[in-house]
Design a protein around this ligand. Structure first.
Ligand SMILES: Nc1nc2c(ncn2[C@@H]2O[C@H](COP(=O)(O)OP(=O)(O)OP(=O)(O)O)[C@@H](O)[C@H]2O)c(=O)[nH]1
Ligand SMILES: [Zn+2]
Length: 188
């Protein structure tokens, strides 16, 4: 099952190659439109996924303390320039009423949200809101650190500049000490 219109992408890539002054019919470029279509299907595969669906897996476990999955690597595509931005997401939540999800599901949700044309802020808040809605925890804190190729290889050209975004909900939004604990666990 094809998730994107590959033929349309191939046509568009041929047009771009022509527009930049390339010859889409030269040997090295002949299969490029097909490769790019396949790549877009992969890097935008999150568009067909609802991140919340990953939180259907709920274990009844009496743990109302912090759970943190940190250093989850992700790759996304900046929606302004369609070039990659990539880094790590750290996902913390405090379960309530025994509603604990599978650890891998937190990383799966990051993947689903990242694999779309995106903004880093939206990745951060979408993960937080999905967890709040489905797990109804005491609190959630998401920290995302990323490097944007649109700031590295073009434009302002500042390689190494990192963007850090956070989204905090529930008790973690109110409790400065709990937030500091999450941050120190992420750092160590
Ligand atoms: N807030 C936010 N901005 C982003 C993100 N990814 C890229 N951008 C910014 O989007 C902005 C787009 O600015 P524009 O002025 O419309 O486009 P531009 O002329 O290509 O801008 P420059 O990158 O400054 O050359 C730039 O400042 C990018 O750094 C993101 O995830 N979040
Ligand atoms: Zn960009």
């Amino acid at each position: 099952m094809s998730e994107v219109n590959r033929a349309q992408i191939e046509e568009a890539v041929r047009l771009i190659l022509e527009a930049v002054g390339e010859d889409p019919n030269r040997e090295g470029l002949l299969d490029t439109p097909k490769r790019v279509a396949k790549m877009y299907e992969e890097v935008f595969s999150g568009l067909k996924e609802d991140p919340k669906k990953h939180f259907e897996t709920i274990f009844s476990e009496d743990h109302e303390e912090l759970v943190l999955v940190k250093d989850i690597p992700f790759y996304s595509m900046c929606e302004h320039h369609l070039v990659p931005f990539f880094g790590h997401a750290h996902v913390a939540y405090i379960p309530r009423n025994g509603r604990v999800t599978g650890l891998s599901k937190l990383a799966r949700a990051v993947e689903a949200v990242a694999k779309r044309p995106q903004l880093q802020e939206r990745i951060t808040s979408t993960i937080a809101d999905s967890i709040m809605e489905k797990l109804e925890p005491h609190g959630v804190m998401i920290v995302v650190e990323a490097e944007h190729m649109c700031m590295t290889m073009r434009g302002v050209k500042k390689p190494g500049a990192k963007t850090v975004t956070t989204a905090v909900r529930g008790t973690l939004a109110e409790d400065v000490n709990a937030r500091s604990e999450v941050l120190s666990l992420i750092k160590n």
